[in-house]
Ligand binder design. Sequence first.
Ligand SMILES: Cc1ncc(COP(=O)(O)O)c(C=O)c1O
Length: 398
Amino acid sequence: MSEEKKNTVGMSTRSIHAGELHGKYADSLTTPIFQTSTFTFKDSNDIREYTRDKKKRFEYGRYGNPTELIAQNRLADLEGAQDCVVFSSGMMAITTTILSLVHTGDHIVITDDSYKKTLEFCQSYLKRFGIECTIVPFGEYNALEGAIKENTRFIFSESPTNPYLNVFDLELLKKIADKHNVLTLIDSTIATPINQRPLEFGIDLVTHSATKYLSGHNDILAGAVLGREELIAPIRDLHKSMGGLIDPHCCYLLLRGLKTFPLRVKKQNDSALEIARFLEAHPDVERVYYPFLESHQHYSIARDQMTGGGCVVTFEMKGDLETANRFLDSLEMIFIGPSFGGAESLITHPATVSYYDYTREHRYELGIIDTLFRLAVGLEETDDIISDLKKAFDRARR
Ligand SMILES: Cc1ncc(COP(=O)(O)O)c(C=O)c1O
């Protein structure tokens, strides 16, 4: 699609067509899956032409595959990025991106309610290679600026975060980063390119766990990093050595999922807001965290920089651990499990799953109380999700 056309074409159309020309292999309508590890050369002239311009064709699966290239082009188009690399998981995207940016002796800054594994990687693994990491409390912008040193390479944060859906003021982040000449990275998984567009705020790199909304069916793992060409090029080079490739079939499933991406996100935004309002009004619920609820501490930032609140609704029930367990055991349709952004509604109980190995005191310090739940609203009828929650609340009370 030409640049001029791209700006006037809607997200639903781009989710289906962007990054791929008409006239596919064997006139196939859908994207072919190039299930091959190797691409062959016709003759020595073919080899010479390839070495003159390596972008013109493919050589070996770890260096690229046509199905993967189409996914990269399509995601870049949707995020409004110059370039994109697709990975075998969101964590592969995050770790490869970070490793391509840092050298021994560098320092990085990350906010404290980032994804647990991202924090673990920055805090523990990078340390082994002499890279220092400062973790700052989310939303404390003075502390964030104060943490920046001469050798700080970048600031990393999620927005919104997990599970409290805190929203980073991206304009302010950009201002602080520019003042100190450091790069900015945003994990925008929970927002998606529909609800939030960090690159338009001047953020340097955006990562996604494409396992979530982008693929949308809870059936694959995938990840992506997006940004300017000059920043993406070294990430792509390292990716070729790290080998965290998405396999071509998986990539096809990502492309297939993307076809309904805007429809799904819109439905999930609407459903989640209705469910958040239902929960807020429910007598058995103590507190609800949802960025598009007026009661959320970052409501006005969310309204300014996002177009929808997304599918994740976090809430605290009244009662104790036993009440929480009875509630979980009473759900009939909503599955108990991690992840979000897919067709099936899912619920997680951080106290007994992601923080099971923390002491109760440590958990409470982090706000992970016994009755905290993270609901990932799926694509079922909103009324059916509410009805399942209502019945479970009633049973948990007894
Ligand atoms: C915000 C966020 N970023 C990154 C990841 C990691 O993605 P993946 O599971 O695809 O490796 C997750 C996983 O849940 C996540 O929630």
